[in-house]
Design a protein around this ligand. Sequence first.
Ligand code: 3NM
Ligand code: MG
Length: 499
Amino acid sequence: APTPAAAPNYGVYLVTDSTPAILGGRDLVQVVGAALRGGVTCVQYRDKNGDRGAVVAMARRLHALTQRHGVPLLINDRVDVAVEIGCEGVHIGQDDMNVHEARKLVGQDKIIGVTASSVDEAIKACQDGADYLGLGTVYATATKKDTKSIIGPLGIRAILEAMAEAGHGAVPTVCIGGVNNDNAAEVLAQTSAAPAKSLDGVAVVSAVIAADDPAEAARHLAGHIAVAAIPLVVGAVGRATPLSHNMTNLVVQNFAANVALAVGASPIMSNYAAEAADLAKLGGALVVNMGTVTPEGLANYKQAIKAYNDAGRPIILDPVGAGATAIRRAASAEILALGRFAVIKGNVAEMQTLYGGPSATQQRGVDSTSELGMAGRASLAASLARRHRAVVLLTGPTDVVSDGRRTYRVDNGHAMLGRVTGTGCTLGTAVSAMVAAYPADPLLAAVAAAVVFGTAAQRAVARDDVRGPGTFVPAFLDELDAITRATAEGDLRWLVLAR
Ligand code: 3NM
Ligand code: MG
C-alpha cells in the first residue's frame, strides 16, 4: 500500500532572508544547509523583491537541499515560483494573494501557510483552508520593519485559545517575530494554552540566518522545542489513557504494568497474539520485548506485529539481549525485517547487533558491554533509524534518540537504574504510552519518555527513604507518578534536563 507523506513538522521553522544585513556575505544555500544539519524541520524561502529568474534559481537549489533532508520547502508570497519549481507549498501574508486563489494554483496536496495577527485573521484563514498559521508579530524585530501589530506571547495565546474554541485546534501553528534562543523557552511556555492548544513550533529568521554558527543555533532551538513538548506529550497520555499492550518477558511483567499506570496509560499484558487484532483497534501501542524469547513467543510476536501494522498503530521493539545468543541474533533480525516499528529501543550492544545483522559480535548476557563514544552512538542511532524509518532510542548513561536526521541526547538518570532489573524494559513501556498519545512526533515522544524516566530515577535516589535497589523501585514508581502529574500541568521545574 502506498504510504502517505509524513505530516510536515513545523517545530523548528526557518524563514530565510537574503539581505546583506542578515545573511552577510554568505551563500544562502550553505547557511540553510548548516541549519538543516542542526535540526531545522521546515524551510520558508522568503525573497519578496528579488529578480524572478534569480529567485527561481535559488528556490531550485534550496529545494534540492531540503529534499535531501526530507524537509518541506515553502515559498513566501510568490506562488508562481512555488508552482514552477514544484516544492511543497507557499506561505502567504494578509497583503498577499488570498488562500482560495493560491489553492487553485498550487492544488489540494500542497501546503498553504497564512500569517495571522489577530483572532479574526486566524479563524478566517482556518475557514479558508490554510494548512498551518504563522502567528505574530511576537516581538518587534529589525528583520521586518513593516509589521503591523506586536502582539506578544499573550496575544499568541489568545489566538490559540480562540482557534481551539472555534474548532480549529488541529490546525498547526508557529509564532514569528523576534524569537531567538534567549527567549524561545519563555515564548513557548507563555503562549501555551495547554491542554486546549499550544504552538507546534517557532519560526525564526535572524536567530539562525544571522548566527555565527547556524547549525548550533538551530540545534539549540530544537532543544527548546523538545523540552516544550514534554508537558504536551505527558498531558496527552493523561487525557488519552492509551492502551499499552506489552508482549514482554516474564521478569518484568508486573513492573511494566505499574510503570504504564504511573505515566497515565492503561496496561494490558498479553503474550497471546490471537488477541492482538482486537487490541490493536483500541488506539494504543504494542511493546514487543524479546527478553525471554521462545519459539512459541516468536510466532506470537510475528502475528501481533502484523496485526498492529495492519491497524496502523505504533510498535516499540525492544530486542533484549539481541547479541547474546545465536537464537536471539536470528530472531531479532527476522523480526526487524518483518514489519514497521515506530521505535526501536536498546543498548549499544543490542543496536550494534541489529545494525550489523545476525553475524555481529557476541554480547555477554543482556547487559550492554560495548564501548562507544558519543559520536559513535549518535551515528549508530541515526543510521539504524534511517535504515528502518524508525525512531531509535539508544539507552545508556546518556540516552541518544534519533529519527535519522534529528538526534537528541538525554543526559539524566542514575546508576541505580542499572542495579534493579527491568528498568530498561519498562522504559519501553513508557515510550509506548507517549508514542501512542503523541503521534505528531514520535521522536519527541520518545525523548519525553526518556527525560521523565531519568528524572524519576534521580528524584527517587535523592530521597531519604531510599537505601538501595529494594527501596528504590517503589520510590521510583512514586516519583514517576508525581512527575507525570506535575508535568502534565505544564510545570517543567520537576524535570532534570541534564546531570
Ligand atoms: N514575518 P526574526 S515577523 C518574516 O509578523 C516575518 O508576520 C513576521 O524575523 C510577521 O526572526 C518576520 O529575525 C521576521 O525576528 C522575523
Ligand atoms: Mg508575507
